[in-house]
Ligand binder design. Structure first.
Ligand code: 5AD
Ligand code: SF4
Length: 449
């Protein structure tokens, strides 16, 4: 059984695709080579913005042709998109050749659903629309224990993704995630620690802790667990490795977490702290539950505790109530904070969320604002990159450079990507790299012995 997994969206989905691969490998599957046709195609979808959704739907449309050529092909769609209200019915109607639809918390059903589809096909001589189609997007109550038993085939060596909390309770007014990923569920601390230890023993040099809001880790557990305690416990694990985490919500980032980061050996001085907007009015309308002042004071505390910290963010333009003045407050904040990098988004109305019901801003205004914001952030990133030139950094060699032959790339502790000449055998090693050149967001350098 040859399989292809097409992944859309965030790191959570990248890691969930590693679980899908683990399940398919467990059934004797192997990944299809480039250009080779597959027996099973899984779409692991995203619906955070309209364009993410359209990309997945477009590709699901394209496989219709493949199904004609290869009628035994099994097509499965899972992930966030299928959990939206009415989405499973739309898929059932518009893409009748899709065999299996699963949600965000039942992917472990995939092997049994594949078997059922195969059995149903074998039972009917003539293929008809009576064939078995699985549509299951409910959240099982025993999700956490089922998840603990789901195998993982890691595909991101030397980085190991480790989930710590699922779902989101925050209901930012623009965001679909709480609707499609359900309420927060923290994994037991012992399971997280065991998974980290195992990855370190297997030679993974970096562990990235994942959650929609890692800072609320533990509030639903009963032993006084917290993200701060988890970080301190992970820092105590033996071995040479680095720890990153994403995503942090500014309203829940505590002084204890900042101290745990600063006083640790292994937790990187690197944080992704989405600000979304620099205007208090827009932050309130987004239900973010922090002010511009509180955000800026967090940045000050982080920099006081870790002077070399790399801080990245998410910023959105075109939220329904954003005026020109509010947008200027955002650009002022971006100039003040000087983020190492910012992921910039145009607000996209999501059906079922409060902001989608508000009067919307014209597209031309959104487009101009995003253009200005990107230009501003690019100039900040470029200036900050210059500060790296001439210095030596410890870099974990992560992969061959996709653009430069004979070169590897990896990140500094602060999270900046560096590219340098080295052979592929060195992937997974911590190397000393002297940065010799900065080109906007990328740093170039050479090995220093
Ligand atoms: N439109 C645009 N961007 C969004 N994000 C979340 N929801 C939307 C939306 N409806 C952005 C936020 C979040 C990031 C993961 O995606 O900036 O931090
Ligand atoms: Fe969406 Fe807000 Fe939850 Fe992040 S914290 S997933 S932006 S609702």
């Amino acid at each position: 059984m040859r399989y292809k997994i097409l992944t859309y969206g965030c790191q959570m989905n990248v890691h969930e695709s590693e679980k899908i691969a683990g399940l398919l490998d467990g059934m004797g599957g192997v990944p299809a080579e480039e250009g080779e046709s597959a027996d099973v195609i899984v779409f692991n979808t995203c619906c955070i913005r309209d364009n993410a959704e359209r990309r997945a739907l477009g590709n699901i449309g394209v496989v219709k042709g493949e199904k004609k050529k290869h009628p035994d092909l099994i097509i499965a769609v899972c992930g966030c998109m299928t959990q939206q209200e009415g989405a499973a019915a739309v898929i059932r109607e518009r893409y009748p050749y899709v065999d299996i639809v699963l949600g965000t918390r039942n992917i472990f059903l995939l092997p049994q659903e594949i078997d059922k589809v195969k059995a149903a096909r074998a039972a009917i001589k003539k293929r008809s629309d009576k064939r078995y189609r699985a549509f299951e997007t409910a959240y099982p109550e025993e999700y956490l224990s089922l998840d603990e038993r789901t195998p993982v085939t890691r595909t991101s060596f030397p980085n190991a993704w480790v989930n710590i909390i699922y779902g989101c309770n925050n209901f930012c007014t623009y965001c679909i995630v709480p609707y499609v990923r359900g309420r927060e569920l923290s994994r037991p601390m012992s399971s997280v620690l065991d998974e980290v230890k195992k990855a370190v023993d297997e030679g993974y040099g970096e562990v990235t802790l994942l959650g929609q809001n890692v800072n609320s880790y533990g509030h639903d557990l009963t032993g006084g667990e917290s993200f701060e305690k988890l970080l301190r416990a992970i820092d105590g694990i033996e071995g040479k490795f680095r720890v990153r985490f994403m995503t942090s919500h500014p309203k829940d980032l505590t002084d204890g977490v900042i101290d745990a980061m600063a006083s640790s050996d292994k937790i990187c001085s690197n944080i992704h702290l989405p600000v979304q907007s620099g205007s208090d009015k827009v932050l309130k309308d987004m239900n973010r539950r922090y002010t511009r002042e509180r955000y800026l004071s967090l940045i000050e505390k982080l920099r006081a505790a870790m002077p070399d910290i790399g801080i990245t963010t998410d910023v959105m333009v075109g939220f329904p109530t954003e005026t020109e003045e509010d947008f200027l407050a955002t650009t002022e904040l971006v100039k003040t904070v000087r983020f190492s990098n910012a992921f910039t988004f145009v607000y996209s109305p999501r059906k079922g969320t409060p902001a989608a019901e508000m009067p919307q801003i014209p597209y031309a205004v959104k487009r101009r604002r995003i253009g200005e914001l990107i230009k501003l952030q690019n100039s900040v990133t470029k200036e900050l990159s210059e500060d790296y030139v001439g210095n030596v950094y410890e870099v974990l060699a992560e992969d061959v450079s996709p653009k430069h032959e004979g070169m590897l790339c990896g990140r500094t502790e602060s999270g900046r990507l560096a590219t340098f000449p080295a052979s592929a055998e060195r992937i997974g090693e911590f190397l000393k790299v002297r940065v010799t050149e900065a080109r906007s967001a990328s740093l170039f350098g050479r090995l220093e012995d």
